[in-house]
Design a protein around this ligand. Sequence first.
Ligand code: PMP
Length: 353
Amino acid sequence: MSKFWSPLTASLVPYVPGEQPKDKAYIKLNTNENPYPPSPRVIEAITAAANADLRLYPDPTCEGLVQAAAKYYGLSARQVFVGNGSDEILAFAFAAFFDPAKKILFPDITYSFYKVYAKLYGLQTELIPLDEQFNVQVDQFHSDNGGIIIPNPNAPTAQLISLEQIKMLLDNNPNQAVIIDEAYIDFGGQSAVQLIQQYPNLLVVQTLSKSRSLAGLRVGFAFGSEELIEGLNRIKNSFNSYTLDRLALAGAIASFEDEAYFKETTAKVIHTRERVADQLLALGFKVTESKANFVFISHPSIAAEGIFKQLREKGVLVRYFAQARIDEYLRVSIGTDDEMDAFVRAVQEIVGL
Ligand code: PMP
């Protein structure tokens, strides 16, 4: 608390990001980063951009990147927005579309930044419980709301809802913005992007942080009707018109030019995930069905916090949430095969098998 803080600052409960440890080298399975490096073409493009015009401001319209993303999904440039990570885009979208006079809806167990943004913008919230198996209960999202946001797959539970369920949600809520946060969609889900042609209230948010191995570059996207994209641009240009820097723009454009690399690394992560999920099941763990680059696991007799601490001592970092209903679970990002073999060996020692 400081006497210099505004009432807003004093009221905030900020997001606590996953650890980026500096004390020693861990097998780092705690923040859902991709274990493979970005495409070599991305590095070449960033190097070239660094040697070119850093003296000059970047393009405030991010035109080259908007075009690349539009082409990738067969959209018009006016249906695409780019931002400094999807976190920034989500913050803009909360400000741009959600109605403070009504409650906004999201799952009770979900990406914890949503609560933070709601607080930041003075929005009321109603949390819709997951079912017993941790599925998002789409039919519980009633239509008396000021906007809806759902990650697909959900985080940290890893489960997917279908495009049919998303359509149902959109049909029931034609007068509010519905945001589908697809941070992990490339690991086995089907994107809702094409539905934006039919539903002017749908905003689909994606990122290069996970499937494109570019968490360090901070690049995110939103896809939606021209009116939604214009809304996001109004917020952005009232805040910082140069959101993406020249290096990020160059690297992000290049990542769209190397489809083969992206497909190969994504397939490797999915393959490793399935293998590790089977191994964990054989060790007695409960494993939710994952369509993300992480698994969400629970052991019937050993406390998750204890496993988390022992793994940490063994040099393996995973994510533990001291939060009701999921405090017996761990979220484990999918690393390389070697990293996951080391993780499974460490877990075997802990569970005594
Ligand atoms: N949405 C979800 C559901 C996430 O888990 C994350 C990553 N922590 C993000 C959005 C943000 O990703 P980024 O800002 O790196 O694009």
